[in-house]
Design a protein around this ligand. Structure first.
Ligand code: FES
Ligand SMILES: [Fe+2]
Length: 383
């Protein structure tokens, strides 16, 4: 049998950038300056076509957060997501999920396993966890040319981000100046102690918009207002594909909990008397407290439905977690009820995009980011 050869490694295929399937005149209101702008048009929240476009350009084409490296690795050293897989050995790596022989998937999407090698179930070719071809039974081929196609993957403070299309800009440009605000909490040394998974009948952007304002807090979050004045805080306007701001804690409060007390361990270099709220596009909401970090990781399942994995990360020495988890579980459910109601509202055939109040400037920032992305997906690479 002759040895197979393969002339050159193909680069990851570039795709033509196209604008979102939204009428530009409908998007114009969202792109106006703050004070004159509106919410997004109905199709952004309800259209299956827009949803599919977002999946390609905002998730596959950007830096999708898959969760905590440590938590994923504990569930197996190989995980298959939609179209790609992630392996955990000396570091996390991502690969296109197809065998270099005749393209069978190496693992079914949504599954994980723990094995010393990736083994194709079709003809048994196997790969090292770093993607190198390990063995091709009864086929004399040049192993050097048939490794798995690697995709960009980054471990940032313990969170795993993958650019599944391979054509996003560098992760450092995506983050911009955000690391400065997150690094003091040293999230890489924290442990996920509790995770709640919620399925919400609302578009993922409605959840993010709700997250970025506290205008609604006096009406639906009495417990939150008891420990944090809803009118406090400032927003940042810095480089990167993120939106965020901080809110103060009341004088008696050390953290966000029913009694304002921390029953855990304060994080050594975390700012006190404040909570930072950051939305890193597209799907990670980070709430940085003096004694814990809470994240909402959004996985859109359709235009009108989103799975949210809410995780609470604490100092490894912390024992008590309920003070934070119970508090935010209540606030989460208050928020989900509001978001589901908004989803029903934007689904009305009579819906018209409404204006934003002066204290909804972070919502404006978020909607601007989304709208610019709809119009020019490549603009997300430049921020
Ligand atoms: S397709 Fe994987 S071994 Fe043949
Ligand atoms: Fe809220």
């Amino acid at each position: 049998m002759s040895s197979w050869t393969f002339p050159t490694e193909s680069p990851v295929r570039n795709t033509v950038q196209v604008t979102a399937p939204i009428d530009p005149t409908e998007l114009a209101g969202a792109l106006r300056p703050f004070g004159e702008s509106t919410m997004l048009p109905a199709s952004a929240y309800t259209s299956a076509e827009v949803f599919a476009w977002e999946q390609r350009h905002f998730f596959t084409g950007s830096w999708d957060c898959l969760g905590r490296v440590e938590d994923l690795a504990a569930q197996g050293n190989q995980h298959a997501f939609n179209g790609y897989l992630v392996t955990f050995a000396d570091k996390p790596r991502a690969f296109a999920n197809f065998c270099r022989h005749r393209a069978h998937e190496l693992l079914p999407t949504g599954t994980a396993c723990d094995r010393p090698a990736l083994v194709c179930p079709y003809h048994g070719w196997s790969y090292e966890l770093d993607g190198a071809l390990k063995a091709a039974p009864r086929a004399e081929i040049s192993k050097d040319h048939f490794g798995l196609i690697e995709l960009p993957a980054v471990d940032w403070h313990g969170w795993l981000f993958v650019n599944a299309s391979g054509d996003a800009g560098p992760f450092s440009a995506h983050l911009g100046d955000l690391d400065r605000l997150v690094a003091p909490y040293a999230p890489e040394r924290l442990e996920t102690k509790v995770t709640h998974t919620y399925e919400i009948a609302a578009n993922w952007k409605i959840l993010a918009e709700n997250y970025h304002e506290c205008y609604h807090c006096p009406l639906i979050h009495p417990e939150l207002c008891a420990v944090s004045p809803p009118t406090s805080g400032n927003n940042w306007h810095e480089m990167g594909n993120w939106v965020g701001g901080s809110m103060d804690l009341r004088e008696h409060a050390e953290t966000m909990s029913y009694d304002g007390k921390s029953h855990g361990v304060m994080l050594p270099n975390a700012p006190q008397k404040t909570v930072r709220y950051v939305g890193l596009f597209p799907n990670l909401l980070l709430s940085l407290h003096p004694d814990y970090v809470m994240t909402h990781r959004m996985t859109p399942v359709s235009a009108e439905r989103t799975i949210v994995e809410c995780s609470w990360l604490f100092d490894p020495e912390a024992v008590s977690t309920g003070y934070a988890v119970d508090f935010w579980d209540l606030v989460n459910k208050q928020d989900w009820a509001a978001c589901e109601s908004v989803q029903r509202g934007v689904s009305s055939p009579h819906y018209r995009p409404g204006p934003l109040a002066p204290n909804e400037n972070a919502v404006y920032d978020w909607i601007s980011l989304i709208s610019r992305g709809y119009r020019t997906p490549a603009s997300l690479r430049l921020l």
